[in-house]
Write a protein that binds this ligand. Structure first.
Ligand code: SF4
Length: 382
């Protein structure tokens, strides 16, 4: 039986754009570093316990870099403890008050995100920020947002066009460059994926800074997932993008799951568990939706790179089940169970879920023995 982590696709979608590499704490961003997944806490940052708890949950979900808001002095005061105790690098998100940029650098945050459009007299402070960031080795993310675009550019372009977003970011970067500071990454977020994609394309053509992709205010989970997947897919398939954040009106762990899934779907991340289930149709001889849901729930938490096929009949079922690591083709009240292309048993319909989970556990154990990292599923079969 062939076990082990599957290789990433031999032919990637695109050659990565060559970007400058920066370090966000221990995580490299840009250059040939893998595209990283970020999220942002929803707790009050001043509530250190709750924030660290949420960061721990995000870390467990696969988040690699976390951003925390810093709207008050109490939040700024909490940054040092959070940055020290977090398992992943912490970026302080600063709007309005330049003094918090310095507080975040002093607190040892792995990076600071500044929104030049709404920080008072930001351009006058760039020299001072560049000196403090250089001394501490702290990268700066210039995070331009359509909703808070610099008034000068709004006047010039009339609205937050791709050109306005890109020009705003590049203008701010040029101010840092005047002080010899290039430890920068850039984001230009918009809630419209078309505007956002075009803004990043402009940026990608005009600078070598690593780019943080995001569709801002993307909406509730369903809409936000689609907008982000479409926009990130378009850009990443052109080699543009070094780190991503999916913004959802949903718990941030969901953002991480979606982000990871986008990268896995594009072949930019080794896959973990993948359920291949058919959409069902008039030929189905089993309740495919229920079966897929039960198998997904039963294997929740499994991190080994396993492809499990759940198919509703014998038309495409055996073919797909044979191609997967593990699969079932259902029919006539029974399920043919496939492991690595071979039928290992045929079980009654009521035993399909239980059997698939048992077989998945066996494969996971073999992978563990072979040194492949495995997350055991929390198995509950009713
Ligand atoms: S596998 Fe069978 S039930 Fe599922 S969609 Fe295909 S034909 Fe329909």
């Amino acid at each position: 039986m062939q076990l082990g982590l599957p290789a990433l696709p031999a032919r990637p979608l695109a050659i990565r754009r060559t970007s400058r590499r920066i370090q966000v704490g221990p995580v490299a961003v840009g250059g040939d570093a893998p595209v990283s997944v970020q999220s942002m806490t929803t707790t009050r940052t001043s509530d250190i316990g709750a924030t660290l708890q949420q960061i721990a949950e995000l870390t467990a979900a696969g988040c690699q870099i976390v951003r925390v808001a810093c709207p008050t002095q109490d939040d700024a005061d909490a940054l040092a403890t959070i940055a020290k105790k977090s398992q992943i690098p912490v970026i302080a998100d600063i709007h309005f008050q330049p003094k918090y940029v310095f507080a975040a650098i002093d607190a040892g945050c792995a990076a600071v995100r500044v929104n030049p459009g709404n920080i008072k007299q930001f351009d006058d402070k760039v020299g001072e920020i560049a000196r403090a960031a250089t001394a501490a080795g702290t990268p700066i993310r210039i995070g331009v947002n359509a909703g808070s675009l610099d008034r000068r550019l709004l006047a010039k372009y009339g609205r937050a066009t791709p050109e306005a977003l890109a020009e705003s970011a590049l203008w701010e970067a040029s101010l840092f460059e005047e002080h010899g500071f290039r430890d920068i990454k850039i984001s230009v977020k918009h809630n419209d994926p078309v505007v956002m994609v075009n803004a990043y394309r402009l940026l990608a053509a005009q600078c070598d800074y690593p780019l943080h992709l995001g569709v801002t205010e993307a909406g509730p989970a369903f809409q936000g997932t689609i907008k982000s997947a479409v926009a990130f897919g378009a850009l990443l398939s052109e080699g543009i993008g070094d780190t991503i954040r999916v913004s959802l009106s949903a718990p941030p762990v969901e953002e991480v799951k979606v982000g990871l899934q986008i990268l896995q779907s594009l072949g930019l991340r080794e896959r973990t568990l993948e359920i291949v289930s058919c959409p069902s149709c008039g030929r189905a001889q089993v309740d495919v939706y229920k079966l897929a849901e039960e198998v997904t729930a039963g294997l929740d938490g499994m991190e080994v790179p396993l492809r499990v096929a759940v198919m509703g009949c014998v038309v495409n079922g055996p073919g797909e089940a044979r191609e997967a690591d593990l699969g079932v083709a259902s029919g006539n009240g029974k399920g043919q169970i496939f492991v690595k292309g071979e039928v290992v048993k045929t079980v009654p319909e009521s035993k399909i879920v239980e059997t698939l989970i048992e077989e998945a556990m066996k494969i996971a154990e073999s992978m563990e023995d072979a040194g492949v990292p495995s997350g055991r599923p929390d198995v509950t079969v009713s």
